[in-house]
Design a protein around this ligand. Structure first.
Ligand code: ARG
Ligand code: ZN
Length: 875
């Protein structure tokens, strides 16, 4: 079935109140639902009431207390139809459904994870609990009563504020929760089990005290301290930056070990993949700490952007996700380093969203159609969606943007809103016309700007010729012209931006060129010398740029641009271009010599004490193999990309060995571990230097020593990666891998790192390694984290291993996708997207990839989730 945006219709009935009672038991849970149903004005009396279900068993049904006869309704696992409901405006439907949480391997609806009852309802999981109008525009006030055996589940949580609790017969007890805020069913949550608690309080700006609780497995309480700290900082930040105060008496977070996604923003009761809660220096890397901070913030920020204002329908998913990602990006930028954060965001966007936009799964930020909504929790909706909000701020300016957000909260609090509503507030506060800009929501594909420049010394005129194009995407062959805000600077010989007296050919406001037409000839007058042009500073628009710029220009900007993001961008362009040249030579059977000035540039930035260590580490981080593949676009042979990249690494390592050695020695670890950004930056720089030094010397003993002496997981994992990737099969690598496994055997989250490191060892053997690790006692096909760490990482982050020319990587992948699918179709579908760029491969691999996709498509009883991905990928 295909769902279309234009088919949206308000429902005939509303559900103003929902009362739920759960009698929990591992295999046999009874759910009693009492729904107060209200007929919408203008709807015919007795219009049929059709409620959504999914694999449900109905035990009983009554309306206003009276049982229904079989002819009055029809109940199937996925639908309940009440043929002729009462003519009264309001009536109460009471139903009993029976669930088996232990057998629920899809991890949607009510399930058990490590003996804890928990729920996941977004997008359409609530219908696996009871029959309901399971759509986000049905807002209801919930009262929930949970009953369970006290010994099994001393802790009973649901949304909202705690109410009555008490004992029942047979060692059972109950708790009531009331959520005063009307909410859509996808925000419903319940948790019951035996968990440890970390408590704290937050006093809001207006003086209300909120009880904070983070619940984790007993014994892991200390590992929740960082998440709690991040939560309090998020609450404060949202008050300061967006004027948003928290609105309930309690805010609870529960860490769950089996979870399909990262986390979920259920009202007052966020559920988290434990990977994004648990951290300490022994077990988590700096990247883990940064992710936890960002995701804790993201889910908390949803309380306003998502919960208080929700989405009218799932086509509007970016309304809450893009906006909330933007908010968490800004939060992390404020907590850490803005430039470093921005570079990380852009690297993520290019690595995940650009390939989506440029391949068969391309879709607009606000899609117009879907078959399976779970497949639209994508980098386009989330990350590009965030970039679109960022562009609105760029166009309006900080102040007007904030005024627009204030108006959004004021005007739409309690609404299920649309993208049109969102854009309207910014038009209203600024008086600007955003109709052309709105195409960013409606049109798929990554726009390209090609730019040429010329300088007329006698006239003191500098001209930019800008041309925009949007490549075609599936089912959108003709594209309309976009409004692209391009931040820029004309950089003078001293590195400062130079002034101009006048500009014609495009609207320029401050440092933004508004590109709106196909072609702009932008002429700056009164320009005293030829500038180097710095374009799309701060990545002001999510586009590709083809600038006619000689390497000298990039070298100059990489050293002198006042915008730190653009300096990195210039260096990155130089590195990428050299890698592409080397790739082409490799395809022609030739080797490359890299320019010495490129090694010198990277090293000079890395050694520049004026810059933060984290930034300097990024200067030494080469574009990934997949990044290079994306830039090349067609006829990809991953082995040649690998070789080109290896050669560049060696070239930089050998040219700078002694300077790197000096730098490394000066960065010794001192004092206690702290996860703060500055300390993390020093570790990042030190570890990237360690990698180069290992390559330059060809000697594993450096990394071996660091591994043995590591006092935190960041350094330990970095050293282990160097040993395993640079010296595969060496005694040093083997013994370090064994030592790591022995030490962390019983800690699944840490063992995931061990799986990941081995899944990404470059080359042919990885397939065998991954296959063998799937037999490891800690691996499990039912746990999403394990599947992602081992097989997901192999398929997305091991170009040479996965895309083995003989197709062995693809076979392992297809088998795994189908095995996972039987248990958890959503995870299988997500895994299957790893082949989305198959058409860019060279012919031999391309044919093998296609066969693989066809073989998956031909499997029996394919789920809607997987079929949707595979068919679109092949189309
Ligand atoms: N709303 C969650 C978040 O971004 C993601 C939940 C997605 N769940 C799903 N089943 N697709 O924070
Ligand atoms: Zn979200």
């Amino acid at each position: 079935q295909i769902f279309r945006l234009e088919d949206y219709r308000a429902s005939d009935y509303l559900i103003p109140q929902t009362q739920l009672t759960f009698q929990l038991s591992p295999e046999n849970t009874l759910v009693v639902a009492e729904l107060t149903i209200e007929r919408r004005d203008g709807v015919a009396k007795n219009a049929p009431l059709v409620l959504d279900g999914d694999e449900l068993t109905l035990k009983s049904i009554r309306i206003d207390g009276a049982p229904l006869s079989p002819s009055q309704y029809e109940a199937t696992p996925d639908k309940l139809t009440i043929r002729k409901p009462p003519a009264a405006k309001k009536f109460v439907v009471s139903m009993e459904t029976e669930l088996n949480p232990s057998k629920n391997e899809k991890l949607m609806g009510l399930y058990r994870s490590s003996n804890v009852y928990c729920t996941q309802c977004e997008a359409e999981g609530f219908r696996r609990i009871t029959y309901f109008l399971d759509r986000p525009d049905i807002l209801s006030v919930y009262t929930v009563r949970i009953e369970a055996e006290r010994s099994e589940a001393p802790l009973l949580l649901a949304n909202g504020n705690p109410g009555e609790t008490g004992d029942l017969a047979n060692g059972r007890h109950y708790a009531v929760w009331e959520d005063p805020f009307p909410k859509p069913s996808y925000l419903f949550a319940l948790v019951a089990g035996d968990l440890g608690r970390v408590g704290d309080v937050f006093v809001t700006e207006s003086g209300r005290t909120v009880e904070l609780g983070i619940y984790v497995e007993h014994g892991k309480e200390a590992r929740a301290a960082y998440a709690m700290d991040a939560l309090k900082r998020s609450m404060k930040w949202d008050e300061e930056k967006f004027g948003r105060e928290y609105d309930l008496d309690v805010f609870n977070i529960v860490a769950v070990s089996d979870f399909n996604m990262g986390a979920m923003e259920n009202k007052g009761l966020n559920l988290f993949n434990d990977k994004y809660v648990l951290a300490d220096d022994e077990t988590a890397t700096d990247a883990d700490f940064a992710n936890i901070e960002a995701i804790i913030a993201h889910e908390y920020f949803h309380n306003w952007t998502g919960n208080r204002i929700t989405c009218r329908d799932w086509f509007q998913l970016c309304l809450k996700e893009g906006l909330t990602v933007f908010r968490d990006h800004e939060f992390s930028a404020d907590q850490r380093s803005r430039a470093v954060k921005r570079i990380a965001e852009v690297r993520t966007l290019k690595a995940h969203q650009f390939p989506e936009d440029q391949g068969p799964l391309a879709h607009p930020v606000r899609p117009r159609r879907y078959r399976e909504i779970n497949n639209f929790y994508t980098a386009t909706v989330y990350e590009k969606g965030s970039e679109v909000v960022r562009m609105i701020r760029t166009i309006l300016g900080e102040e007007s943007f904030r005024a627009g957000m204030d108006l959004y909260f004021e005007r739409h609090d309690g609404d299920a809103a649309t993208i049109e509503d969102f854009l309207r507030v910014f038009e209203d506060v600024s008086g600007r016309d955003l109709s052309q800009f709105a195409l960013w929501y409606h049109q798929a594909g990554t726009p390209n700007l090609s730019v040429a420049s010329s300088y007329n010394a006698t006239a003191a005129e500098f001209t930019l010729e800008i041309e925009q194009s949007v490549p075609p995407t599936p089912s959108e062959s003709r594209k309309r012209l976009m409004h692209i805000p391009v931040a820029f600077g004309l950089v003078g010989p001293d590195g400062k931006d130079i002034a101009y007296s006048r500009v014609e050919g495009a609207t320029v406001e401050g440092d933004i060129i508004h590109v709106r037409k196909r072609r702009h000839s932008v002429r700056f007058s009164g320009v005293s010398s030829r500038p180097a042009v710095s374009l799309n500073r701060g990545f002001s628009a999510p586009i590709t740029l083809a600038i006619e710029q000689k390497p000298e220009g990039h070298y100059f900007l990489a050293r002198h641009d006042s915008d730190l993001f653009s300096r990195w961008q210039s260096l990155n362009t130089l590195l990428t271009d050299e890698l592409i040249t080397a790739f082409r030579k490799c395809r022609g059977g030739k080797a490359t010599n890299y320019p010495a000035e490129l090694s010198a540039l990277a090293c000079d930035i890395a050694a520049d004490e004026e810059l933060e260590p984290a930034y300097r580490a990024l200067a030494l981080t080469l574009p990934g193999e997949a990044d290079v593949a994306r830039e090349i676009g067609t006829n990809i042979d991953p082995d040649c990309i690998f070789e080109a990249r290896e050669a560049l690494t060696r070239s930089i390592a050998l040219a700078n060995e002694s300077r790197f050695g000096d730098l490394f020695r000066r960065l010794h670890n001192k004092g206690e571990f702290s996860p703060d950004a500055a300390s993390a930056g020093r570790r990042a720089l030190r570890n990237v230097l360690l990698d180069y030094l290992s390559v330059a010397s060809g000697d594993p003993t450096f990394a071996e020593k660091e591994f043995a002496g590591a006092t935190n997981m960041t350094d330990r994992a970095a050293a282990l990666t160097i040993l395993a990737h640079r010296f595969p099969g060496s005694p040093q690598a083997l013994s370090a891998l064994a030592a790591f496994e022995k030490r962390f055997r019983s800690d699944a989250l840490v063992l995931d790192k061990w799986f990941q490191i081995q899944a990404t060892v470059p080359g042919k053997n990885a397939v065998v390694t991954v296959g063998a690790l799937m037999e490891h006692p800690a691996f499990s096909l039912t746990n999403p984290n394990r599947v992602r760490a081992l097989v997901g990482t192999f398929a997305t982050a091991n170009q040479t291993g996965f895309h083995r020319a003989d197709g062995a990587g693809y076979s392992l992948f297809a088998d795994t996708v189908l095995a996972v699918e039987k248990r958890n179709p959503q995870i299988a579908a997500r895994l299957a997207t790893a082949l989305r760029s198959w058409r860019s491969l060279e012919p031999v691999r391309q044919a093998k990839a296609r066969e693989t996709l066809l073989s998956i498509a031909a499997a029996d009883n394919l789920s809607a989730d997987l079929r949707d991905i595979v068919e679109r990928t092949l189309a």
